[in-house]
Design a protein. Sequence first.
Length: 406
Amino acid sequence: MTRLADLEAGVQGVLPSQLLSEAIEAGWVGAGGLPIPDRNIQPGSIDLRLGDHAYAIQFSFVPGNQSVAQKLAGFKVEEIDLRGGAVLEIGRPYLAPLIETLALPAFVRGKANPKSSTGRLDVFTRVITDRSYRFDEIAAGYKGQLWVEIVPLSFPVRVQAGLALNQLRLMAGRSKLSDEELWQEHQNQALLFVNGRPAAKDEFATSDGLFLSLDLRGAPGGWVGYRAKKHTPLLDMTRVGEYRSRDYWETVRAERGGRVVLDEERFFLLLSEEAVRVPPNLACEMIAYDPTSGELRTHYAGFFDPGFGYDPTGALRGSRAALEVRAHDVPFLIDHGQHVCKLTFERMACAPAKLYGDNIGSSYQGQVDTLSKHFRREPAEAPEGRDSAMEPQLDLFGPTRVITGR
């Protein structure tokens, strides 16, 4: 059985749930004397929680050669108490210390990403560390406070101390699979499914990662996704299954030929054509889209934990990915089957003791919709124009998920 000491001895990969628990016990991840609940330890990541206050700031920044607190001192506008909850306004940047702190050994580094539910609400977040020029990347051996920048982009939201908006992965050594290793892994245990079958070689497109494409195949006038409305009510991010989707979203329908025009600076939720399976020995991340292929941003949340789209019996043939899309500067035409994002896969240091799925309360296993867990499912709001025979047949439909985990 792999232990923390094995990492120092040369074992490489992403730390699974049981090693993350050991890392907490060893003091690599702390919470200022507060407990870190077991429910916050995911198969390949740890949920990061908001502290008891936040700051409205003038603009985003990186600390460079200073601590975040030092740099913040000149840019904060007001302090906001999060203990009883607070409203964050659209388009305004906020910075909050996280409850969790790090004291990593020299051979362990970290990576942060928004949780899937955060990205699906178009709440832009990224983690900042002291004396760094990069967001979401935690240097090997880092010791200190973690901060999160928060910018609601479509809806005014209410947040509260203890709410998890982001998650953290820890890893040691080389963990990323090359394109050749990805194809070999796919041959051993399918990672990508097209129409319910493992993707063939010509459908398994790679270039420093595995491409996913858009599903815009709805019948003429059929449902293919959602577009965020303007001027919506407040949304409390601590409430699950309480909101009507029609108050926040407009349905998006494909034009003839399977195409959609994205309005500039509007937020869209769409689905991937392919279904993804992440077996227990791997973790996955959706990475930023290549800007040379168009003025398009295709996601804000990135982690797929081990077990996403996976069922040891083989009954679940992957889960489709929710794609969080925004066109910048100009309207942008997208077509059915167009490549819009890439997945990178990483080895786990060892198989996790628990997997993504219903058994740990995961929200988005087997998803056929893209809305976050905050919205209730009502018959009148069911997606139209979908061929149900193309979707996974297990009754695993929770509020939804993709890119990250919960």
